[in-house]
Write a protein that binds this ligand. Sequence first.
Ligand SMILES: CC(C)(COP(=O)(O)OP(=O)(O)OC[C@H]1O[C@@H](n2cnc3c(N)ncnc32)[C@H](O)[C@@H]1OP(=O)(O)O)[C@@H](O)C(=O)NCCC(=O)NCCS
Length: 256
Amino acid sequence: MYRDAVVCLAPFERDDLPAVLAWVNDRELCRALNRVLPVTLLEHERWYERLILREDAVTFAIRRLASGAGPPAAPSSVGPPRPTRQVGNLPHTGSVGPPRPTEQARAPAVHAAPAVDGTPTVHAVRAPAASGDLIGLCGLSNIEARHRRAELWLYIGPPEARGQGLGSGAVRLLVAFGFEQLNLRRIHLYLAAYNEPARRVYEACGFREEGRDREHLYLDGQYHDALRMGLLRREHEAPGEHEQLQAHRAASASAR
Ligand SMILES: CC(C)(COP(=O)(O)OP(=O)(O)OC[C@H]1O[C@@H](n2cnc3c(N)ncnc32)[C@H](O)[C@@H]1OP(=O)(O)O)[C@@H](O)C(=O)NCCC(=O)NCCS
């Protein structure tokens, strides 16, 4: 299990579905994720069943650990990993936010690829004994084995759980999982430009803005820009190197 002092990334179990269904039908969360369609129970269950079988995606429940749950632990696996499953190779959907039922339905079927040396594999995580309150979902989707990249998504469901650093904690754990366990080289994501809390979280976790797709999204009668952000493994492993280089270049330029 990946955890820090306050949150852990745990298996997303069927028991979690009712809470998640309420979140994905919440108006505020839908706006943050740029969604408009309500989700029915049937859609929700079908989405879950497809999601957990996807070979190109890993999904975690974000759980808030009870205070006093132990000292902060470096992201680590608990127990021996189960046999790995091979990560498939699907085209990028270009969606903003997590996959939703209808997007899943459109995704092509995934075939189990034969093991190939050097391609990412997913280590299943054991169900934690005491997992804490469910506060959100996150995942890596569109995992591309050949390119060693994946798309990150997350949300914190209960409004009162936001703004407490839990989202940042979950992103850090998920990024560590992607680079250390899946052997990814690049993690990228899309977000609506109006989603300032999300942008701040991703920047605080090392993501850089890589582009702006102008008027890419339509919501509430208006078009909105979408931001593309990305993080490379070497930047994750040597944070600050880019900033030092930039500062050095700026100093050299001003000395000229
Ligand atoms: C975005 C989200 C995951 C962040 O998780 P979180 O636990 O609330 O985030 P944190 O507490 O770790 O950090 C929040 C940051 O946003 C800032 N913030 C919070 N509310 C804000 C607001 N209304 N406007 C601007 N910044 C805001 C906080 O100050 C903090 O930034 P700082 O560390 O620079 O001070 C969470 O708010 C969420 O799930 N939102 C709805 C779904 C969503 O937007 N998902 C991401 C889609 S790309």
